[in-house]
Design a protein around this ligand. Sequence first.
Ligand SMILES: [Ca+2]
Length: 499
Amino acid sequence: MSGINESKLDGNDKNNERLYSRQKFIRALGLGTSATLLQKSLFAAYGNGNAKKKPNILFIAVDDLRPQLGCYGHTQMISPNIDRLAAQSVVFTRSFCNIPVCGASRASVLSGVRPTRNRFIDWYSRVDEDLPGALTLPKHLKQNGYYTASIGKVYHDSDDDITSWNEAPFRLEESRYLTKENIEIFKSNLQAAQGRRGPAYEAADADDNEYADGLYAEKAISSLQRLKQKDQPFFLSVGFTRPHLPFNAPEKYWNLYRREYLNLADNTVRPKGVPDAALHNWSELRKYADIPQTGPLSDGMALTLIHGYYASVSYIDAQVGRLLNELERLNLDDNTIVVLWGDHGWQLGDHGMWCKHSNFQTSLQAPLIIKAPGINGGKKTSGLTEFVDIYPSLCELCGLELPDHIEGASFVPLLKDPNKPWKESVFSRYHNGDSIRTDRYLYTEWTNDEKEIYARMLYDHNSDPTENINISERPENSKVVEKLSRMLREGWRATCSSN
Ligand SMILES: [Ca+2]
């Protein structure tokens, strides 16, 4: 497909120069067209140098974090520490998870492969089973001289990929309640029905370390002190569990936001013309004791949950600040790559929905912030990237060979030049829905096991950035739909590899 045809189909000549052919993409990467060439090129560029000189990696996962941060333009947010990191980093403003499910997204990021119909809900427990012999990122680093450690929610479960770590993963009970009343509700709900939870939020008069994430920060600080003494680089992965439900955070973070200034989502109704396949009944939230089993939330409860989400983000921001301060105090910051990512997005009442698990951008887009030695900070890139790109990017930054199974592409050239034309498209999937995001569109189609399409949706981000009008069935868009559908079927290899 030539750039000219693309431009016509997209109807957007101004963006023509952003459109990117496969060949150009590969040339821009400066890489060969096969995995073998890719490996050789990277290996030649960096060599198999002294492990001591390799940068450390502080890998911070934040559960269910959508880009609800000051550095992403949300000025109502109190996120000074992540914003400080962003000022030293490249901020990815259009990064997409490959699957908006906690465990599966993490399995994808850490294994470097994409979700499929089989790699889905229970993928997290099957990283090795699903990909026999495939090197996960921590295992690859470990085999190349890194000391690897896992604190908090990194994989979905602490025993996933257990041999990748040099020490036993550190994990706590993360949904703890502190008030007597909530502890009772939690206990009685658990007894009443399997899978029921306590209240959806808590604002306790508590210190940071009374909830799990504060203890994770404390553990990470002591780990940094210990790892500094080692004669090898480290990969320290720290997974914070807020702002995942329940929104339990110390009251002082709730008090950062005044209720009267909080707003409901701008679009609390289902998009016009949206297929039923795109929507869900937010069953994850309905497990909580104070949430109705059916129907919409009251505006009051919706605002409370938004308040709780913001408080949880600020609570995590403070924990990130503790890690960054310690990194600086130990003089480790100059030679440590810091990666901060949310595992997927979240609906805060957008489209009349809550939680993740959808093919809307609210579920698929998540923050990605990377600070790396030798990379100029304080930059943003709108290049399309997907989380499966993280693994090969870290390999390039650390001078490691790429394993054969990798299904993403290193975005290190974007770190060096944030305005560089980049991928034409990125791919995500949830359940039977496959999505493709291009510069202008987010298109999704749902297929049955016979690969027959039974629903689709298309949003034009030029005119409808919050996805309120599904235009896939409009006759004038038939060519765009046809093209995007073909790109979906051709898949990521067609975008990332030369003909
Ligand atoms: Ca998650």
